[in-house]
Design a protein around this ligand. Structure first.
Ligand code: 13P
Length: 280
């Protein structure tokens, strides 16, 4: 059933666990996320990145919303990394109520202003707003941040940012990066604890691909409620195609199914990690 991101994060919070927010680009992606969540019987967030919308636009949103409606578990559909204010009304008109206005490329004051303006529109329809304080390094789709050094979230600014923007969840930067980690991820946990002391809002970890089991556990215990996963799903999709080629599979439906299977496996592993059920 379709639900709000707020309700999903409340559900996670009341159990001291986290949920997965998975970026998808097409039907196979949507199917893999829904099936993985249904298999595990937990809520999940389907995320659409602006780059996926350029390709799929409204039909992709409609498909994700309908898949959420038809599902046996609670699912919300979230627009990730919005960098144009117009995308908010476009998303609302297409049926979306959950957004991440991404002002992280701006300086602090501009970030507050961009996020506040977007939030005003989202809140007017009773929607959910995720804001980002700090800036993630790395590359995601067409969003490349040349300053490769992460600009980490400053705990001192958190309270001011939350009050001024009226966001419902905060994406934090503690050394997490989008895309592939070039070396062993190093997360600044003391910074995360300070942020957690400053705000009760749900905290979001972008760049969750490539984090070890141990790190994910530490993040959940430290108060991360939402993990964003894109790269590992994309890799799974591509590995499905490679395997099909290597095995001389030429039937299109078989190739699609293989890709869904590969992505669903990742979704299930992540869901178990986020809900602290590694050993089940
Ligand atoms: P990864 O591509 O590193 O999984 O990050 C996904 C993300 O943060 C989407 O917002």
């Amino acid at each position: 059933m379709i639900t709000s991101s707020s309700d999903i994060l409340k559900w996670a919070n009341s159990r001291n666990i986290a949920v997965g927010a998975f970026n998808v680009y097409n039907f196979e992606g949507v199917k893999a996320v829904v099936e993985g969540a249904e298999q595990e019987g937990v809520p999940v967030i389907i995320q659409l990145h602006p780059a996926s919308l350029e390709r799929g636009s409204k039909p992709l949103i409609a498909m994700a919303l309908e898949a959420a409606r038809l599902s046996t578990v609670s699912i919300s559909v979230h627009l990730d990394h919005i960098d144009r204010i117009e995308s908010i009304s476009e998303g609302i008109n297409a049926g979306i109520t959950s957004f991440m206005p991404d002002g992280s490329g701006y300086d602090y004051k501009e970030n507050v202003e961009f996020t506040r303006l977007c939030a005003e529109e989202i809140i007017s329809i009773g929607g959910f707003v995720e804001g980002e304080l700090g800036r993630l390094s790395g590359t995601e789709d067409s969003v490349t941040i040349s300053d490769y050094k992460a600009l980490l979230t400053d705990p001192v600014l958190v309270d001011d940012y939350v009050i001024k923007t009226k966001i419902n969840a905060l994406a934090i930067c503690i050394g997490n990066v989008h895309g592939k980690y070039e070396s062993e991820p190093k997360l600044d946990f003391p910074r995360l604890y300070k942020i957690r002391e400053t705000t009760q809002l749900p905290l979001v970890m972008h760049g969750a691909s490539g984090l070890s089991d141990e790190m994910i556990l530490q993040c959940v215990l430290a108060g991360i409620s939402k993990f964003n996963v894109n790269t590992e799903l994309r890799q799974a999709y591509i590995s499905g195609i490679s395997e099909a080629v290597n095995r001389d599979i030429t039937d299109l439906l078989s190739i699609m199914n293989l890709c869904v299977d590969k992505m669903r496996e990742i979704v299930v592993v992540k869901i178990r990690q986020y809900s602290l059920r590694h050993n089940l």
